[in-house]
Write a protein that binds this ligand. Sequence first.
Ligand SMILES: Nc1ncnc2c1ncn2[C@@H]1O[C@H](COP(=O)(O)OP(=O)(O)OP(=O)(O)O)[C@@H](O)[C@H]1O
Ligand SMILES: [Mg+2]
Length: 511
Amino acid sequence: MANGSDSIISLHHVTKRFKDGFVAVEDFNLDIKRGEFVTLLGPSGCGKTTTLRMIAGFDIPSEGEILLNGKDITKLPPYKRPVNTVFQHYALFPNLDVYDNVAFGLRMKRVPVKGKDIFGREVTKMKRLSNEEIDRRVARALEIVDMEELEDRDIASLSGGQQQRVAIARAIVNEPEVLLLDEPLSALDHKKRLDMQLELKEMHEKLGITFIYVTHDQEEALSMSNTIVVMKDGAIMQVGTPENIYNEPVNAYVADFIGESNIYNAIVSGKKEVRFLGAKWECVDDFPLNEKVDVVIRPEDVILDEPGKGTVEGKIVSSVFKGEDYCYVVKVGKSELECRDHTARPLGALVSARVTPETIQVMHKELTENDYRDVEISKEGKLLIGEDALACDLTVLLKGSHLDENDPSIIVDPKNGKRYSLSGAACSARFDFEAVSYSDDLSLEGPEARVLTSVWVGDHYQILARTEEEDDYIAVTPYQYAEGELVKVSVDPKKIKLRLRKGLDEYELRD
Ligand SMILES: Nc1ncnc2c1ncn2[C@@H]1O[C@H](COP(=O)(O)OP(=O)(O)OP(=O)(O)O)[C@@H](O)[C@H]1O
Ligand SMILES: [Mg+2]
């Protein structure tokens, strides 16, 4: 059964639709085991806080149910749940010292105590905790967060990290079964974060309770959790151990989000063989011949060697020393391959690269839109996909901006006159299948491609065409195209969604 006896919290088909109709969490299904350290990981706005708030009881799901120890708590008010939350913006009482901040909730608390009334009948009375009990609990909470020495200090005299510990002590002093932590370390600097990550892990072990942790920082998730839940747009993409998620991402989104990776469009070219970067690579996964797939290679799995000894050849175009090894970018044809290597190599050096078959992760491609990750903007302000330049609208990169009248690769912010020169800027581009159309008139402008597959999907064809440089375009049309037919591709410029690899500020023109 879904909520077996080792599950402490289960979410079944939980959906949260806000009043304005926005769906922040959709059909969310998750079983959290007792004592686990679970992390909800995903970019800003993907619904992490909303999920946590529903578990805490601050928000009620629009659909679905939440179980605690197998009992439905979907509509139980927060104070009746054995759950406490540490928020991103924790509000400590500035006028109370450390001890009183932690003791505050306990002094308010009433607990049921069994006793006898004057007639000798059994009754349950609500009583305050005794001072000794409060003392004992506060002392234990402060010990767990390693603040017992500082119990008399004013809040204002504490560092950010120490204040964070008080916030955690205040939550665990209630002895919850589940502790919810919403980006609790985001206010700390990098070094302190790393320290606190280790300490939180230790606290988790000492307390033995369930932690549900929220972050958008993948390193944090990898280093602390037993289980990671990767989220996107209110839905779960993958649930697994850190190793599992890192080594076997289920799709390109998860691979891209978790750590550094090389992600390529590939095609299955044989039995346990995929083709990308202009070469054939042996892998361990068996996919149908000619299927379009994504492949992921982690930089640390690339083996660099002298030219001629690998699968592909390339030139080192960037090199960063990382203390233990070097981080290289090798240009292979028009693509880039990121690698980690212990040997010092000069810029411009020619190298070969290979990997062992088991380090190539092959994943089904979700064919939902045209998606180009490593493309750039030309000096004419067009989108360069391989050799082909597509008209696009650069002003989508900055709301309210317009193009410079003399240079179509420059956008201008009318509010402050700032100018951004995007010629050569690395970007990614996405557009719907509907944005693409094909023509058999080969005298037209635009990429020339050959129809590779044509699939009838209910009421239209989904047609994939590939250019000579192996860039793929997918269109939906009511017309049938024969496989192997040459077509001209055109893309509606207004429908191209651009995203710069670096921030827009990097491209600001300064005189
Ligand atoms: N009360 C609300 N009404 C309408 N929309 C909301 C409400 N609360 C949150 N949202 C929207 O729901 C989406 C998910 O929000 P949520 O706070 O859960 O994201 P998050 O993953 O925690 O992001 P972050 O990392 O930025 O904290 C966002 O698009 C947000 O704007
Ligand atoms: Mg949040």
